[in-house]
Design a protein around this ligand. Structure first.
Ligand code: F6P
Length: 372
C-alpha cells in the first residue's frame, strides 16, 4: 500500500489482447469510470499493443482517449471497442522476412519507449495467459502494470474464474438443449465441438449442465471404443440418441491434438477434433451422426449477468490496485472477494481440469463417459 500512488498517476492506458471474450467492454467501462474518479486521464490502446507498435495502421490513431462518453452504453456488448489481436505479442512479434517467411522479434523495449512517449504512467492489461505473460515481462522492465484475467477457456491459474467463461458455457448449454430434441427425434448421435484449447472447462461444465452423455476433454485422452460402447449401451436401454461434447483440444489415447496450422507469432490453430470423433462413431456404431462446431459463437454475444458483474468488479479492482500502488499483479476472484496475485505466480502454469475434483466426480456419478 502506497498512500501517494494515486497522485503519482496522471494517465493510464488500457489494452485488450488475445481472443476476445464477452465482458471486455464491461471491464473497459468500469476501469475508465473508476480511473476518471481518481482524476486520471484514460487512454485505450488499439488491437492489443499494435496501436503503439504499428500506429500508422490506425486511421484514428493507435491510442484513443477514453472518456465517460466514449464508454457509455457498452457494458452489455460483446467484443472490445479497442479491438484485439492474437498476432501482436510484443515478446514474439511476427515480422515478415524478405524471402516471405516470418520471424519472431522481442519488441518490448520499443513498447516501453512508446509508453514514455505517450506519458502513460500505468497500464491495465486485460487478457489471457499470453497477455499476462506480456504484462509480467513489462512489469519486470519497470512498467507499472495490473492484469485483468479474461478467457472463455477459464484456464488462467490463481483466479477461481475468468470473465467470458460463464457466457460461453451458458450459450453452449442452450445449444445442447436445442440439440437434444432433434437428436432424440431422429435417434442420432450429435457431436458438439466447443472451444477449449488445452483445458476442458467449457466442455465439462456445460456438458454436465446440458446433460451430455459423453464429454471428451484435453485432460483425458479418449478411447473411441469406450465411447462407442457407451452409445451401444444407451441404445440397448432404449435411449436411442446420444449427445457427445468434444473440447477442440481433445485427443485420442496415443494420438495427437487436431491442429489446423502452426505459424510463427501466433498460437496454434486447432480444428477437426469433433469431426474425427463424429466420423469414428458413425463407423463404429452404424448410427447416423451429426456434427455441430460451436467455435467462435462462444466468443460473441451479450455477457451474462455473472460475466458483466465480474468484469466490472475486475475493472474497478484494477484501478484500486493502481491507486494503492500495487504493481506486477493480476486481479483474481477469491470468493467472496477479489484479491491481487503476483503476475509471476499467475503465469506459472495453466489451470486445467483436476481429474479428481468434485465436478469430475459428479459427472462420473451421473454416468457421463469420458472415453477412458
Ligand atoms: O483461447 C481462447 C480461444 O477461444 C480458444 O479456445 C481457441 O482455440 C482460440 O481462442 C481460437 O482463436 P482464434 O480466434 O485465433 O481462432
Amino acid at each position: 500500500m502506497n498512500k501517494h500512488a494515486e497522485h503519482m498517476i496522471k494517465r493510464i492506458a488500457i489494452c485488450t489482447g488475445g481472443g476476445d471474450a464477452p465482458g471486455l467492454n464491461a471491464v473497459i467501462r468500469a476501469a475508465t469510470l473508476a480511473a476518471i474518479n481518481h482524476g486520471w486521464e484514460v487512454y485505450g490502446i488499439r488491437d492489443g499493443y499494435n496501436g503503439l507498435l504499428m500506429p500508422e495502421q490506425f486511421l484514428e490513431g493507435g491510442v484513443v482517449r477514453l472518456t465517460r462518453d466514449r464508454v457509455r452504453g457498452i457494458t452489455h456488448l460483446g467484443g472490445t471497442i479497442l479491438g484485439t489481436t492474437n498476432r501482436g505479442n510484443p515478446l514474439k512479434f511476427p515480422i515478415k522476412t524478405s524471402d516471405g517467411g516470418i520471424i519472431e522479434m522481442d519488441r518490448t523495449d520499443e513498447l516501453m519507449q512508446a509508453f514514455m512517449l505517450h506519458e502513460i504512467d500505468a497500464l491495465i492489461s486485460v487478457g489471457g495467459d499470453g497477455s499476462m505473460e506480456i504484462a509480467n515481462a513489462l512489469a519486470k522492465k519497470g512498467m507499472w502494470v495490473v492484469g485483468v484475467p479474461k478467457t472463455i477457456d477459464n484456464d488462467l491459474d490463481k483466479t477461481v474464474i475468468t470473465f467470458g467463461f460463464d457466457t460461453a458455457s451458458a450459450f453452449t448449454v442452450e445449444c445442447l438443449d436445442r440439440l437434444h430434441t432433434t437428436a432424440a427425434s431422429h435417434h442420432r448421435i450429435m457431436v458438439v465441438e466447443v472451444m477449449g484449447r488445452y483445458a476442458g472447462w467449457i466442455a465439462l461444465e456445460s456438458g454436465i449442465s446440458g446433460t451430455a452423455d459423453i464429454i471428451l476433454i484435453p485432460e483425458i485422452p479418449y478411447d473411441l471404443n469406450k465411447v462407442a460402447e457407451k452409445i451401444r449401451e444407451r441404445d440397448a436401454h432404449g435411449r436411442l440418441f446420444s449427445i457427445v461434447v468434444v473440447a477442440e483440444g481433445a485427443k485420442p489415447k496415443g494420438g495427437e491434438i487436431s491442429v489446423i496450422s502452426r505459424e510463427a507469432g501466433r498460437s496454434e490453430r486447432l480444428g477437426g477434433a469433433g469431426e474425427k470423433v463424429a466420423a469414428g462413431l458413425e463407423t463404429m456404431t452404424g448410427k447416423e451422426t451429426r456434427l455441430v462446431v460451436l467455435g467462435h459463437l462462444l466468443r460473441g454475444g451479450t455477457p451474462t449477468r455473472f460475466d458483466r458483474l465480474i468484469a466490472q468488479r475486475f475493472g474497478a479492482a484494477a484501478v484500486r490496485a493502481l491507486a494503492e500502488g500495487q504493481r506486477g499483479v493480476m486481479v483474481a476472484l477469491d470468493p467472496p472477494n477479489v484479491k491481487y496475485v503476483p503476475l509471476e505466480a499467475a503465469t506459472k502454469r495453466m489451470k486445467t481440469v483436476p481429474l479428481n475434483n468434485d465436478m469430475m466426480m459428479t459427472a462420473r456419478d451421473l454416468g457421463i463417459c469420458f472415453g477412458d
